[in-house]
Design a protein around this ligand. Structure first.
Ligand SMILES: Cc1ncc(COP(=O)(O)O)c(C=O)c1O
Length: 322
């Protein structure tokens, strides 16, 4: 995703002039921030920072509206935060950007393992994700509006094809990864068959995701309630079980006494693998007023996790934090 975004940002930049404005958010992973900051530096663009709301944990349309203007060219936005897990209303935000004449570039890396994505319904112009997050190989995926992919100049060698998608797929195709990606889509199809063996491939994949959403909502609710019961622990993100549909089951927390890195090491010794630090989302951590170097402890669940694993993680966490 990062490499694709660096690439597309160069191509888009060819259309923009000094003084044009781009919007990046304090909710995004650096993969959807740094490429735009680098471009702004090269072209003398104005960067506007869009904050996320600390009550809703997502980006609110009124905050975006305040930043849009006649020279706004782009909104770079995450579909879901890889730190708080909260999901943005991309359709509403992209519609606002479009009404101001700006393009929307969506980072769906964190959303794709947890929600079935329909780019037409989102109304965005570009969407990127990484198949390793949805159980495939380390391969970035870019969707873009055909007209844009056709019109934009791709940074490629002269003799490579000029038509999308090939003009965007620089160098020798990574065939083994592409085979892995196809297998990963087959996996979702299989998962759907387990739930509802009927309809089109798309319908089965949607059925798979519906089952995933239900299962993960239960796991997330259980994990969050368990963390909140630990003295000194704070969850940074949506905690209300009634709002669990507004988040993915990626849960970040801090503890009053034990730093995240130490807690992660103690969990690792008990066979529970989690991340600590800013998770490449330093702006989110700064927004919390937390030291970037310390960050948070992040526990990420997916559909193959079980309630028993959540309970075992919570038991290990209690031991790690005492
Ligand atoms: C939300 C988000 N965006 C972007 C990335 C970067 O993706 P990639 O590793 O494919 O460059 C990640 C990786 O963890 C992520 O979580």
């Amino acid at each position: 995703m990062t490499a694709l975004t660096l690439h597309v940002s160069r191509s888009l930049g060819r259309r923009w002039a000094p003084g044009d404005e781009i919007i990046v958010t304090s909710m995004d992973h650096e993969g959807n921030v740094s490429p735009w900051l680098l471009l702004a530096e090269d072209l003398d663009l104005v960067v506007r920072w869009l904050p996320f709301n600390r009550d809703s944990w997502r980006i609110e349309p009124e905050d975006l509206r305040a930043l849009l203007g006649p020279r706004t060219r782009l909104l770079a936005l995450s579909a879901a935060s890889n730190l708080t897990g909260s999901i943005n209303d991309v359709a509403a935000l992209a519609a606002l950007a479009r009404s101001a004449g700006a393009l929307t570039y969506v980072d769906a890396v964190q959303l794709a393992p947890h929600r079935c994505i329909d780019v037409q319904a989102l109304g965005c112009d570009f969407l990127v994700c990484s198949s390793y997050k949805y159980f495939g190989p380390h391969l970035g995926v870019l969707w873009g509006r055909r007209q844009l992919l056709q019109e934009l100049t791709a940074y490629k060698v002269r003799c490579a094809p000029d038509e999308p998608p090939w003009k965007w797929e620089t160098g020798t195709p990574q065939t083994e990864l592409l085979a892995g990606l196809a297998a990963c889509v087959d996996y979702h199809d299989w998962l759907g068959r387990e739930v509802r063996d009927a309809g089109s491939r798309r319908a089965r994949i949607e059925a798979a995701y519906h089952a995933v959403i239900d299962h993960e909502a239960g796991l997330a609710t259980r994990l969050i309630a368990g963390i909140q019961a630990i003295p000194g622990a704070t969850v940074h993100g949506i905690t209300d079980p009634g709002r669990v549909a507004g988040r993915v089951p990626t849960v970040s927390m801090t503890h009053a006494r034990i730093p995240p890195a130490q807690a992660a090491q103690r969990l690792a010794r008990q066979g529970v693998c989690v991340w600590s630090g800013h998770n490449y989302a330093p702006e989110v951590v700064k927004h919390f007023g937390i030291d970037e170097a310390t960050g948070v402890l992040r526990i990420g669940l997916v559909h193959y996790n079980t309630g028993e694993e959540v309970d075992a993680t919570l038991a290990a966490l209690e031991r790690a934090l005492t």
